[in-house]
Design a protein around this ligand. Structure first.
Ligand code: TRP
Length: 329
C-alpha cells in the first residue's frame, strides 16, 4: 500500500479540469492507498487573499472535494494550517534549500512575470513548503500534473539531501503517481491551453446550468471544415476532448462523423455538450450546497482530519528533531 499526499490551493472553485485531471483518480486511489488530501491554505497566502475571504475559500474547496466523493473515512482529509507541524518541518528544510535552486524554479520565474509587485519570500520557498507537506507523511507517491513535476523533483532532492546530510535513510523519495492512460488534460473554452482557475476559461462544478450553457455557447470554434477528413483546429479539438469525458461515446461519434463529412453545426454540438456537462455537474453542485449548509458535518470532518494528519506529522517532526541533534535537557 502506498502513502499518497496531494494538496490543492484554496484559491478558487474547482473546475472540470480539476475533476477529470485529478479528483476522479483520487476516488479510486483513496480505496487502495493511505491517502492524505489537504487544502493548501498556507500556500494560498502567497497571493494575499483578504482575511474576510480566506475562511470562505477554504470551506468552499473542502465542500467541493467532499461533494466529488473524496471520502474522509477512507482518506485523511485536512486543512494544511490545522497541522502546524508542517510549518516546523518547512523551517527545518529551509536550512538545506539553496536560494540559487529556488530562484531557478519555473513556477517562481512565472510568478515574477505574473505578479511583479508581490514577489514575497514564500513564493521563493513554495517548493520547500510543498516538500514538507509531502515528506511529513513519508509519502512515496504524489499525483502531479505537468506543472507540478519540477516541485516533486525538488521534493525528492530535499528528501535525499536530508538523508545524506544526516547519514540516515529516513525520508523516502516520493515518485509521481502514475495514472497511465487515465490522465486527461482538460482544455479551456477559449481555444487554447488548459482549463485554469485564473484563466477565466473554466466551467466550475458550482456553476449553475444557466452559467454553463452561456459559457459553452460562447466557446471558441472555427469557421468549420471544408474538406472531408480535415484535421481539427485546436479550439474544436478541445470541445471534443471535453465531450469525450462527459458525453456518451455515441454522442461523440455522432459529432465526429458530422465533422468528418463537413456537416457539423457547432451550435448543435455546443448545445449537446452543455447539456451533458450539466447532467454531470448538477448532482455535484447540489451536494456542494448541501454540504456547505451542514457546518456540523464540515467541522467534524476537519477535526478528525487534523487529528489523523497531526498524529502522522508530529511523529515525523519529533524524529527529525532528534536526527538533527536537538536533545531534551
Ligand atoms: N503546489 C500544488 C498546486 O499548486 C498544491 C500543493 C501544495 C501540493 N502542497 C502539495 C500538491 C503537496 C501535492 C502535494 O497545485
Amino acid at each position: 500500500m502506498d502513502t499518497v499526499v496531494s494538496g490543492i490551493r484554496s484559491t478558487g472553485n474547482l473546475h472540470l479540469g480539476n475533476y477529470f485531471g485529478a479528483i476522479k483518480n483520487f476516488l479510486r486511489m483513496q480505496k487502495e492507498n493511505n491517502c492524505y488530501f489537504f487544502i493548501a491554505d498556507y500556500h494560498a497566502l502567497t497571493t494575499h487573499p483578504k482575511p474576510a475571504d480566506l475562511h470562505g475559500n477554504i470551506k468552499q474547496v473542502l465542500a467541493e472535494y467532499l461533494a466529488c466523493g473524496i471520502d474522509p473515512d477512507a482518506a485523511t482529509v485536512f486543512i494544511q494550517s490545522d497541522v502546524p507541524e508542517v510549518s516546523e518541518l518547512y523551517l527545518l528544510l529551509n536550512m538545506n534549500a539553496y536560494v540559487g535552486e529556488l530562484e531557478r524554479t519555473a513556477s517562481f520565474k512565472e510568478k515574477i512575470r505574473k505578479q511583479p509587485d508581490n514577489i514575497n519570500a514564500a513564493l521563493l520557498t513554495y517548493p520547500v513548503l510543498m516538500a514538507a507537506d509531502i515528506i511529513i507523511h513519508k509519502a512515496n507517491k504524489v499525483p502531479v500534473g505537468k506543472d507540478q513535476e519540477q516541485h516533486l523533483e525538488m521534493t525528492r532532492k530535499f528528501a535525499r539531501r536530508f538523508n545524506m546530510m544526516y547519514e540516515v535513510n529516513y525520508f523516502p523519495e516520493p515518485d509521481a503517481y502514475n495514472f497511465g492512460q487515465q490522465l486527461v488534460k482538460i482544455p479551456g473554452l477559449d481555444g487554447s491551453g488548459k482549463m485554469g482557475k485564473s484563466e477565466g476559461n473554466g466551467i466550475f462544478l458550482s456553476d449553475t446550468p444557466q452559467e454553463i450553457k452561456k459559457k459553452v455557447m460562447r466557446a471558441v470554434t472555427d469557421t468549420g471544415p471544408t474538406t472531408p477528413g480535415q484535421e481539427l483546429s485546436e479550439p474544436v479539438k478541445n470541445l471534443f476532448t471535453i465531450m469525450n469525458v462527459v458525453s456518451d461515446q455515441d454522442t461523440v461519434k455522432f459529432f465526429a462523423d458530422k465533422y468528418a463529412s463537413c456537416e457539423i453545426r457547432y451550435g448543435d454540438m455546443k448545445k449537446q455538450l452543455a447539456e451533458d456537462i450539466i447532467k454531470f455537474t448538477e448532482p455535484i453542485r447540489i451536494r456542494i450546497n448541501d454540504i456547505l449548509s451542514d457546518n456540523k458535518y464540515l467541522s467534524k470532518v476537519v477535526a478528525e482530519g487534523a487529528e489523523k494528519a497531526r498524529a502522522s506529522a508530529s511523529k515525523t517532526v519529533r524524529e527529525v528533531r532528534e536526527i538533527i541533534g536537538y536533545r531534551p535537557f
